[in-house]
Design a protein around this ligand. Structure first.
Ligand code: TF8
Length: 338
């Protein structure tokens, strides 16, 4: 009898100890999270949203349920940002470039040729500079969790292969809804037109615009190869994506719930960057197989394009604040000296 009681007691104690580990004693309510994104389910963005959803479900014992809605079915990046600020939608992932109208500091990531490689991008985005920029969202009603990789952007169009800056002349080019992109491509001589991503495929198909620029992954997953002939490898800027939450809603969550979301977001980030890089490494060959004509720029022509494009740097520095600009440059210098 005594032995049984002791065994029972031990079992109860063990269960109590294990409970918090299993998430049972966590302060977590049943919630549905509407999570919107702009690309399709088969894209790198869609795959990472799925990983995030699974992580959140696992860590909350199924209490926090993500309703992932892709292909801009909840609206363009800009429309979803407004829905988050107003509290009509809980979460999204989208381009930092489309946030510049809300938080000027985000324009830092639009600086042409800011990063030389993905290691530099990871170090700066996940470091103090990236955090500072992300924290700026809070006063505007948004909470940033993590940066994902959209990637280095390359140019496609239907007019001609772009082998030098002058080839951009008069090309009607869709750009993101953001002044840095608008000014940058005007600087190159293109006829730049801002459009939401959700309208891009049909704008290319109907020849409303001649071209666009995005990472290889997106050119592939959004099937731009069906409506674009030339791809010029320019790598003119590195674009991050950012996972954001409605601050109105975030503030109603318990500490446990917030932690579950942040931890899952970090896991999704690590997955997303690996997955995106693996896909990007294969994408060019695939795009060529799909019939795109691909050309590279000579180092001399890349330098000329860089010289032209970096003329926007002074205005970016003014927009984001000279102190933040200097801190970023110092951080890059430090990374490059390693
Ligand atoms: C663009 C961006 C897109 C994002 C996406 C819809 O060209 O590169 O990838 O805005 O979240 O608009």
């Amino acid at each position: 009898m005594k032995l049984i009681r002791r065994t029972l007691l031990a079992a109860t104690a063990a269960a109590l100890l294990a409970a918090p580990l299993a998430g049972l004693a966590q302060d977590v309510k049943s919630r549905i999270i509407r999570f919107g994104y702009g690309l399709n389910e088969q894209s790198n963005q869609g795959r990472a949203v799925k990983v995030f959803a699974d992580e959140v479900a696992k860590a909350s014992n199924g209490k926090l349920r993500l309703r992932a809605i892709g292909a801009a079915a909840l609206g363009s990046d800009v429309q979803m940002q407004q829905a988050l600020i107003g509290g009509a939608q809980e979460m999204m992932v989208g381009s930092t470039a489309t946030l510049v109208g809300i938080t000027q500091e985000m324009a830092l990531w639009d600086t042409p040729f800011l990063f030389n490689n993905t290691q530099e991008a990871d170090a700066v985005l996940d470091g103090p500079v990236g955090q500072k920029v992300m924290d700026k969202l809070q006063e505007k009603g948004l909470v940033g969790l993590v940066y994902w990789e959209n990637g280095f952007r390359n140019l496609t169009n239907n007019k001609r292969p772009v082998t030098k800056v002058e080839d951009m002349d008069g090309i009607k080019l869709r750009v993101m809804q953001n002044n840095v992109f608008l000014d940058s491509f005007k600087m190159l001589g293109a006829n730049a037109v801002p459009l939401p991503f959700s309208e891009l495929f049909s704008a290319l198909e109907t020849k409303t615009v001649d071209g666009q620029e995005n990472p290889y992954n997106t050119i592939l997953s959004s099937k731009f190869y069906e409506v674009q002939k030339y791809l010029s490898v320019t790598n003119h800027v590195y674009s991050p994506w950012i996972v954001t939450v409605s601050k109105k809603w975030w503030d109603t969550l318990s500490k446990d719930e917030q932690k579950i979301l942040l931890d899952a977001a970090k896991k999704s980030r690590d997955f997303e960057r690996k997955d995106t890089r693996a896909e990007a490494a294969q994408a060019l060959a695939e795009l060529r197989a799909k019939g795109m004509l691909i050309n590279e720029l000579t180092p001399a022509e890349t330098d000329r394009m860089r010289a032209r494009l970096t003329q926007v740097n002074a205005s970016i520095a003014t927009g984001v604040g000279q102190a933040l600009w200097d801190e970023t440059q110092a951080e890059l210098k430090r990374l490059r000296a390693k």
